[in-house]
Design a protein around this ligand. Structure first.
Ligand code: N01
Length: 556
């Protein structure tokens, strides 16, 4: 571990809530950030709104919640002892297993003493004179820190549409991202599910087995690929562990950091029978591997249409009623919305107790005391599940009243869409870091290596600031503008921006449309490494001395 040389003024460790760093969130990102800050000899406090650690995996307890990245990959690699000792039981880990893992990590690295649960950060205000962040919480804390790290997650701010009459519904209602912790079930109930994204697709087959009747209110069908989940072969686990470092290093060089075999050939240049064989192979393998079937899938609409046709054929094979199969067949580009991974989703619509209600042209009109209405017809329901997604990537950040230089809020700074340098920092907000923020690869990658890369980069940056006697670091406007343009240019060369996805902010009424994640994990890692190697190119480093600091503060 690199040595940090701190002077007392910089550490400012007085009792009563002055820290080197405040970290917001105790999910994968916050836990590792805390561990890393401690490793640098810094004081840090984590504030977490939930009553336990785990972030996404604490809140998403709906039946069937599991990861769509294989468990041997969806885990930390910063500690070889940890990755060797933890035994995953399934190919794709379930939510309870991932939550157990994160609790194990919190205990193993003795993180809990610096984590304050049940505490939501309300405001974070940069004090320009002191060069420090003041943080206020829902529990009444008022603390300060030189560095503030937002580990708030990309998909943590739930979105429930403002349906007329929602408050009148007499039965229980749920949002997948904020699921009750008590063991509710749907046995014998008439259940309505609104939404058919990744979350709904995971629990619909399970709720269908319990409910007396399940109504699925679908606005836009999604593409989903069978997971073929099952117990993790101990031999596979042993083999990966025998060579874990190489396995991780290999994955890091892949476009999304996920262990998918990427075919370098074009779908259009491949003869139809061969193309079909390739798609079949990927379908049989399951999960996100279909994304790597051909090099031009996300660049050419014509190439993508071959995948559309293939999946439509699979839906027709799985669903007995051709009308329902047709309704379940998406018309958008494959993967421009997140590809889903399921177990028995399409087959569920063959059950006599499941009804697909198309709300694409006739939206849900109203929620009533006993159900909801579509086209004037009332569907009687005992329970409603909102699987309606998230205000992704920016929602949780903008819920906090973050004010930077000159009292300017992050909301104002991002009014036209989030603008960051590398997804980690924003002009006007010195010493504020975002882990997997907008403008970083984040949601288009395996989140855990992305998180680790950010945490390590931020820790190195903090160390650099302190060891060189600086007080603050902040990106330049030129670097930020260039990065935002680059993120958009890269996305613009693909089919990603062609549908109304949450990647674009299109699922939130009034949200500025901007393609938020950066496409290209290895290129991104290289860029971050280069920036650091060049003494944090594109950032302004502000001296520790007050007078010097004021003179050096970038304006505008
Ligand atoms: O949310 P979503 P999600 N009336 O936004 C519909 C990750 N994740 O929670 O498309 C009717 O995908 C909306 O319809 P439309 C993953 O990255 C991963 O399912 O806007 N319907 C859509 O069908 C994923 O992408 C895993 O027309 C309305 C649905 O609600 C992300 O989380 C598991 C509506 C929202 O789908 C979010 O997934 C779960 C309305 N007014 C989640 N408003 C795994 O790792 C919205 N909808 C496996």
């Amino acid at each position: 571990m690199a040595e940090v040389k701190l002077n007392p003024m910089e550490t400012n460790q007085e009792p009563g809530g002055d820290f080197d760093a405040v970290i917001v969130g105790a999910g994968f990102a916050g836990l590792y950030m805390l561990h890393r800050m401690r490793g640098l000899g810094l004081s840090a406090r984590v504030f977490e709104a939930g009553s336990g650690v785990g972030g996404t995996w604490f809140w998403n307890r709906y039946p069937g919640a599991r990861c769509d990245i294989e468990s041997m990959e969806y885990s930390y690699q910063f500690s070889d002892e940890l990755q060797q000792e933890w035994m995953w039981t399934e190919r794709y880990a379930s939510q309870p297993e991932i939550l157990r893992y994160l609790n194990h990590v919190a205990d193993r690295f003795e993180l809990r003493r610096d984590i304050q649960l049940n505490t939501r950060v309300l405001t974070a205000t940069f004090n320009e004179t002191a060069g420090r962040w003041s943080i206020e919480t829902s529990a009444g804390d008022q603390v300060s820190a030189q560095f503030c790290v937002m580990a708030t997650g990309c998909l943590s701010s739930t979105k429930t549409p403002n349906f007329k009459g929602r408050e009148h519904f007499a039965g229980p209602s749920y949002h997948t991202g904020n699921w009750a912790h008590e063991g509710d079930d749907f046995i014998g109930k008439r259940v309505g599910v609104i939404g058919t994204g990744s979350s709904a697709i995971q629990f619909i087959p399970l709720i269908a087995q319990q409910a007396s009747h399940l109504f699925v209110f679908q606005r836009t069908p999604a593409y989903t690929i069978p997971a073929h989940n099952g117990p993790l072969n101990p031999e596979v686990q042993r083999e990966v562990k025998a060579n874990y470092a190489n396995f991780r290093a290999h994955n890091k060089l892949l476009p999304s950091g996920i262990n998918i075999r990427h075919n370098e050939v074009s779908a259009l240049a491949t003869p139809p029978e061969e193309r079909q064989r390739e798609y079949e192979k990927r379908w049989e393998h399951g999960g996100l591997s279909l994304l790597g079937a051909f090099a031009d899938l996300l660049f050419s609409k014509e190439a993508n249409d071959t995948a559309v046709e293939f999946i439509h054929g699979k839906i027709r094979e799985a669903v007995h009623d051709p009308n329902i199969a047709e309704k379940l067949s998406p018309r958008t580009v494959v993967a421009c919305k997140r590809l889903c991974v399921d177990t028995g989703y399409y087959q569920t619509f063959n059950r006599s107790n499941v009804t697909l209600v198309d709300v694409s042209s006739s939206p849900i009109e109203e929620i009533t005391e006993h159900g909801l209405t579509v086209k004037g017809k009332e569907y009687e329901l005992d329970a409603i599940v909102f699987a309606t997604g998230y205000d992704a990537m920016t929602g949780s950040l903008l819920k906090i009243n973050i004010r930077g230089k000159g009292g300017r809020s992050l909301k104002e700074a991002w009014a036209e869409g989030p603008r960051t340098y590398l997804g980690v920092a924003t002009v006007g907000f010195p010493n504020l870091f975002t882990i997997t923020g907008p403008g970083s690869p984040s949601v288009l990658t395996n989140m855990i290596p992305s998180i680790e890369q950010h945490v390590e980069w931020i820790a190195d940056c903090v160390l650099y600031v302190l060891n060189h006697g600086f007080a603050c670091i902040e990106p330049t406007l030129a670097a930020q503008d260039a990065w935002v343009n680059h993120v958009n240019e890269v996305a613009g060369a693909t089919l990603y921006p062609t549908c109304n996805s949450w990647y674009l902010g299109a699922n939130i009424p009034g949200k500025s449309r901007m393609f938020m994640p950066y496409l290209g994990f290895p290129q991104y890692v290289q860029k971050c490494d280069d920036v650091a190697a060049k003494g944090y190119e594109g950032f302004v480093l502000i001296p520790g001395n007050d007078a010097e600091r004021h003179a050096a503060l970038p304006r505008g």
